[in-house]
Design a protein. Structure first.
Ligand SMILES: Nc1nc2c(ncn2[C@@H]2O[C@H](COP(=O)(O)OP(=O)(O)O)[C@@H](O)[C@H]2O)c(=O)[nH]1
Ligand SMILES: [Mg+2]
Length: 261
């Protein structure tokens, strides 16, 4: 499947240009501005007892972005995660652990930089894809979503993989638009998009962060990414978490359909 065929929004496929050279429009003047660079990027994450993985994740971000991306960790750990994060130059916001979405909502709303990228702090997501995600934003995308299932996601537990295929099928049906991975942790967003929408979900926040922008007509594009085996223990209970995500998908899709009337 080509990149444009993989776009989830019809208008995305119409954007025709070199992703590396097309620049974003300046909001105030409407004129083309300089393309965003890594100095315009914040990589944000919830971190909860990730001392095994955090060093590697932050080193990868540093290497890929030449030390230019800002990193924000919203941390609920009782281990050495926050110390390691600070040693690597990240901004650490302390928060009682209250679930994935509570942490990630705070994380995406914290940066002042114009492009916000989410990731998990478990070494599963390819930071090498950051240049491609930034290029897609410079090409006009509002949201770039890493599709883990495209390449098979063999590192994912089989139960989760099945669940993620089912979530994508349900969301596609309820939205009337085909999406392939609704619960991915790696996405790039224009900061205006995350700031203009009211977020309501916790475990289901990742699905909400895809569904609401897409259903409000933003240019949302999926990009295949490789997904690696996790370092450290998962924080998500597959059954309880899966049920919460399914409920979020149905609620958010119905709310967004009702907004259209
Ligand atoms: N601060 C904070 N981070 C959390 C919480 N729950 C999960 N996270 C982080 O959110 C990310 C996603 O969780 P993860 O266990 O990887 O979920 P999985 O990818 O579904 O296995 C990881 O970086 C976790 O450390 C929480 O309650 N508080
Ligand atoms: Mg994870």
């Amino acid at each position: 499947m080509s990149d444009s065929a993989h776009a989830t929004n019809g208008s995305a496929a119409a954007v025709d240009g070199d992703a590396d050279t097309v620049s974003h429009a300046d909001e105030a003047t409407g004129e083309a501005a300089e393309p965003y660079t890594f100095a315009d990027l914040s990589v944000v994450m919830g971190t909860y007892n990730e001392e095994e993985a955090i060093g590697t994740v932050l080193e990868d971000i540093d290497e890929v972005t030449d030390g230019e991306a800002e990193v924000v960790c919203v941390d609920g750990s009782s281990d050495r995660t926050p110390e390691i994060a600070r040693e690597h130059g990240a901004t650490v916001i302390e928060q009682e652990p209250q679930g994935y979405g509570v942490a990630v909502r705070e994380a995406v709303l914290t940066p002042d930089r114009p492009v916000v990228v989410t990731t998990d702090c478990d070494d599963t997501y390819p930071m090498e894809a950051l240049p491609e995600f930034l290029a897609a934003i410079n090409d006009g995308a509002d949201v770039v979503s890493g599709d883990r299932l495209y390449h098979g996601a063999e590192a994912m537990p089989a139960f989760n993989r099945l669940g993620n295929h089912a979530f994508a099928a349900i969301a596609s049906l309820l939205m009337g638009e085909r999406v392939h991975d609704t619960t991915t942790g790696m996405r790039a967003y224009r900061r205006e998009v995350v700031e203009e929408i009211g977020w309501t979900e916790n475990t289901g926040l990742s699905a909400e962060l895809l569904i609401r922008p897409l259903m409000r007509g933003h240019d949302v594009r999926e990009r295949p990414i490789h997904y690696a085996e996790r370092l450290g223990e998962t924080k998500l209970d597959p059954i309880g978490g899966g049920a919460a995500i399914a409920k979020s998908i149905v609620t958010v899709c119905l709310e967004e359909q009702l907004r259209r009337f």
